[in-house]
Design a protein. Structure first.
Length: 68
């Protein structure tokens, strides 16, 4: 009777690993394949900011011209 309990218990305890699981990498090296696309997106974001600033300035000029 004790063998029926001890053998599975021994197998269960031997299957446990005391070492911690490997940690995933948090920072990956840049991929040269996508580097041109990343640069294009950054450039587009910069241009978008300029366009938004120009639109705001134009809106302000129109508001100033229409007020008496």
């Amino acid at each position: 009777m004790k063998k029926r309990i001890l053998i599975p218990l021994a197998l269960f305890l031997s299957a446990c690993d005391a070492s911690p699981p490997p940690q995933p990498q948090t920072e990956r090296p840049p991929n040269p394949v996508f580097e041109t696309q990343i640069q294009a997106v950054k450039k587009a974001e910069a241009v978008e900011g300029q366009v938004m600033d120009a639109a705001e300035a134009q809106r302000n000029q129109v508001e100033a011209a229409t007020q008496p």
